[in-house]
Design a binder for this molecule. Sequence first.
Ligand code: PFF
Length: 476
Amino acid sequence: MNSGRASFGSHLGVILASAGSAVGLGNIWRFPTEVGRGGGAAFILIYFGFILLLAMPVMLCEFVIGRSARSNAVGAFQKLSPGKPWIAAGIMGVLGGFLVLSFYSVVAGWTLHYTVQSALGQLQGQQTTDLHALSACLGAKASENGLQSTDFAQAFNAFVSNPWQPIIYLAVFLLLTHFVVARGIQHGIERYSKLMMPMLLVIILLLVCFSMTMPGAIEGIRFLLQPSLSEVTPEVILGAMGQAFFSLSVGLGCLVTYSSYFSEETRLVKSAMNVCIIDTLVAVLSGFIIFPTVFSVGIAPDAGPGLVFITLPNVFNLTFSEMPLVGYVFALLFYVLLLLAALTSSISMHEICTAFISEHFQTGRRRAAAVVTFVCLLLGACCSLSFGPWKEITVFGRGFFDLFDFTVTKFLMPLGGLLMTLFVGWYLDRRFVEQQLTNNGALSVRSMRPLLVLIRWVAPIGILVIFLNEIIPLFL
Ligand code: PFF
């Protein structure tokens, strides 16, 4: 063991930091959007299956690789399989880390802007100027009631296409992330995860209570609980796998990096289970915040990525037009929640790259972190501009934001996940893997056999089938 290497100071720190990586915009922004598109409960059931059968085994593999090698994502493969091509999985992970942090920070920057707007009370009472955009945003019930509302679609589009404003928010968000990562493992990542994760969980519970008591909330709850199988298309199934991987942060070596700071006593199987449970719970609870709220004013739930930036501010305004103070608090809490979730995840993306640069090039953590922040600021600015002045610039038919998103979620994550299950399931010695999972025999892991079957067979075959289904049509 490398004695000079930093480590998490407590088991709670391990769980909260890993869960912090998992719980992010993916749970609160992306998950409800995908649920809305994929027919509600049917999507959720498929998603649960993918979490259990594909994403959780990959998480375990990452833990085995990281904790046994005690190195960054690239170094870990170098140590466990010197001179072998497996290192490609680590290199892809670090590249993916740069890409994911860049586009993720753009949306996190939007979130920061909406947090500031809601704190200043500016999300309330924006008057509409375009009735077409308004009726596109609002559903039947709102217009039947003749309610005055606001044009959040226009405000959102004007903001994201502005050449400067979103880049400034992106930079501020990246600096916040930088601040935490540069402080190190215990004083930075662990300390701030321990602070932010409990806050996040309390806010979620408060908002669930709020939204469940809204008139008409039952429609939203029904949507979440009643599977409508007719909506399940192959695309929905592919989307569910992508979502499971993205949500658990697996496939890029993020958890290889985090688990390299675990102690010998950390129980890998139990920690993986805990992280999966927390992440899934937060995703479902976010559904219970968003859908009852959205249905209570009769808006279609499949509003796409604009759901939290266009639909929800509208909903807050409509629902609370009689009680502006309650609306103010609800909106502010919601965006603070989104911001905290984004920050705990972006820290882990940053750490993939910072750990690699600092260990590979033998440079200090602060300098390595500064390089990562700077590169991601440049790449993130390209993503941000692809919503505005650079809209016409495309690579393989996609703007920068879409290109990065596609490369990471559809390509690098599944491929990385596949390689990691093959590496742990087939390349590493089986006894070595069992020793890692049982902490050298100190624990008895009753589910060892099924776990190994998942790692060796179910996960790689499942990922491969879905991945090929997704990739082959692109080349036909
Ligand atoms: N799991 C995060 C989310 O749900 O928002 C996203 C993420 C974090 C992806 C870290 C990849 C990663 F390495």
